[in-house]
Design a protein around this ligand. Structure first.
Ligand code: ADE
Length: 234
């Protein structure tokens, strides 16, 4: 049975997952606490990624190299960018890109130098299982599940001006967050299957910081738990 990493971006989300891990023991590495046990009968390692691309890349690398995980499910919140991507919706990534990567004119904008890649892929089957889990978790509500491009950068996008600029530069982007593309680059380097699931906490506009806080306190934890339960035991 594969050992699945459950990576949460925020403490509120990890705290909701931990009570569901049976026989949990903890390990420490790289200043992080890792929770090992069984979730819905599957071996898991749960951890807080920390915020931003470097923290996420360190976490993903440790999960692969130190904890030998076979696949990763990254769970968190994001700002909605795509038209019709509303607060409460869920976006499951088809691909991820670093919107703040720019080594032009040496390399095309958004391309990670020397990889020839700007969009990093996810695992299709695992992402579909995660999307099914998200659809089941949202059944009966107005909220929708979207599939498509998620963009990441080391910036909390909190003005309408900035989110408009991102939409213009990357019209396919459905949501913006701060870790997913870094985890995707690590997973690509090691050949580790990945799914990234983001619930939309805000619209990356002038009220983003207020909406973000409220969503984290009230919705993100229980929604994340339900998505993981359904994604791992579809
Ligand atoms: N995560 C949640 N909302 C976000 C935003 N507006 N910008 C970046 N990351 C986010």
């Amino acid at each position: 049975m594969p050992r699945t990493a459950l990576i949460a971006a925020m403490n509120e989300e990890l705290a909701a997952l931990l009570p569901a891990i049976e026989g949990a023991t903890t390990g420490h590495c790289g200043g992080r606490e890792f929770w090992l046990g069984q979730f819905a009968g599957e071996p898991v390692v749960a951890v807080l990624s920390g915020i931003g691309k470097v923290a996420a890349a360190i976490t993903a690398t440790l999960l692969i190299d130190h904890y030998q995980v076979d696949r990763m499910l990254f769970l968190g919140v994001a700002g909605g960018l795509g038209e019709g991507v509303k607060v409460g919706d869920v976006v499951v990534a088809d691909a991820l890109l670093q919107h703040d990567m720019d080594a032009s004119p040496l390399f095309p904008k958004h391309e990670v130098p020397l990889t020839g890649m700007s969009r990093f892929p996810v695992d299709t089957a695992f992402s579909e299982a995660a999307a099914r889990g998200a659809r089941a978790a949202l059944a009966g509500s107005q909220a929708r599940v979207h599939r498509g491009l998620i963009v990441s950068g080391d910036r909390f996008v909190s003005t309408a001006h900035e989110s408009r600029a991102l939409r213009e530069a990357l019209p396919a982007a459905l949501a913006v967050e701060m870790e997913g593309a870094a985890v995707a680059q690590v997973c690509h380097a090691f050949g580790t299957p990945l799914a990234v699931v983001r619930s939309i906490s805000d619209r990356a506009d002038d009220t983003a910081h207020v909406d973000f806080g409220r969503f984290l306190r009230e919705v993100a934890g229980p929604l994340g738990l339900e998505i993981v339960q359904r994604a791992l035991a579809p």
